[in-house]
Each structure stands twice: as structure tokens, then as C-alpha cells.
Design a protein around this ligand. Structure first.
Ligand code: FE2
Length: 187
């Protein structure tokens, strides 16, 4: 059952809501001193970023290409940025929180994502709302929310590590690929 508030949400509302959640998680990991907890928070951040990225790739960029002048250029630029961020997410998967590279890669990932969020919120989203059909943006909000529902349960920061879960976090099929795989089969 959806509330009237949810019904009136458009795609931009949904994606901005994602951004605020991501910012909150960045704040959590920045102030968390414990290595194990930082490792779990990093997993939760990666899971959320992949889900957000998939929602944007499926519902935002095709619309941007269609309705905005230079939409192809903008979408190509954003997808290029996503691929760079995703490479960092994969690097992060294999690192202990005590490894100096963990801090380096995590900081770079957060910087990239903050730049992405800023660009979208100050430039792309306002232009999209002017150019796109409001009813379509509301329909896309509903579809983007489905991605959230279908996303595999993200690693909870408070959950204890279990060996099978750790074994899955291998470079061969890590968190990023598992989530992408699950989303592509269900959306
Ligand atoms: Fe975004």
C-alpha cells in the first residue's frame, strides 16, 4: 500500500533520497573507529551504491538521452564515472580496513560519489524536471523503487561476519558483481 506522498514522488525525489542515505553512510564510516565495523560499513556502502547505480542506468540515463539536448553526452559522461567508481568498489572489496589502501580507496570513492551527487542535483535533475513529462517521471520513480525492493539484502553493518559470506567476497565474484547480477535478473 502506497501513501499519497509516495504516489506523488518522481524519479528525481527517489534518487535524491538515495543520495541522502549514501551521504549518511559516508558520515557513519568516517566517524567509526573500529576496523571490523568499518569493513562492514564499507560493504553496506558498496551495496547501496550499486543499487543506486543500477537504478540510474536503467531509468535515469535513457530518459536523459531522450529528453535533454546533449543528453547522450551527459549520459555517457555519467556512465563513465560510474565505471570508475565501480572499479574502486571492487578494489575495496578485497581490502582489510586495517590496510592503508582501504582508507585511500574509500576516500577516493566517496569523493567521486560526492561529485556525482552534486553534479546531478545542481545541474542534471533540475534540467530533467523541466524537460521531461512529470507523469513519466512519477512512473519511473515507481520502477526505480522496484530496484530497491529487488536488491539483495545488503550486508547489515551490525551483522556478525560469517565464513560463507566472507568466502563470497572474492575478487572473482564479489559484492558488486553479485548485486549487479541479482538486479539484472529481477528487473
Ligand atoms: Fe545519483
Amino acid at each position: 500500500m502506497t501513501t499519497p506522498q509516495e504516489r506523488s514522488e518522481d524519479l528525481v525525489d527517489v534518487l535524491i533520497h538515495d543520495h541522502r542515505g549514501i551521504e549518511e553512510m559516508f558520515g557513519d564510516v568516517a566517524t567509526e573507529p573500529g576496523a571490523e565495523q568499518r569493513r562492514r560499513l564499507a560493504n553496506a556502502i558498496v551495496a547501496e551504491l550499486v543499487r543506486h547505480t543500477v537504478a540510474e542506468e536503467q531509468y535515469l540515463y535513457p530518459t536523459v538521452r531522450r529528453v535533454l539536448p546533449e543528453g547522450d553526452r551527459i549520459a555517457d559522461h555519467e556512465i563513465h564515472d560510474h565505471s570508475e567508481a565501480e572499479a574502486d568498489m571492487k578494489r575495496l572489496e578485497g581490502l582489510d580496513a586495517t590496510d592503508p589502501d582501504f582508507e585511500f580507496v574509500l576516500t577516493r570513492l566517496m569523493t567521486e560519489m560526492r561529485q556525482h551527487m552534486l553534479e546531478e542535483e545542481v545541474d542534471l535533475f533540475p534540467r530533467l524536471r523541466v524537460a521531461a513529462d512529470p507523469d513519466e517521471l512519477r512512473e519511473l520513480a515507481r520502477k526505480a523503487q522496484q530496484v530497491k525492493k529487488f536488491a539483495p539484502t545488503r550486508p547489515h553493518p551490525g551483522a556478525p561476519d560469517r565464513p560463507p559470506a566472507n568466502k563470497l567476497l572474492t575478487p572473482a565474484l564479489g559484492l558488486v558483481d553479485r548485486i549487479r547480477d541479482a538486479l539484472s535478473r529481477r528487473t
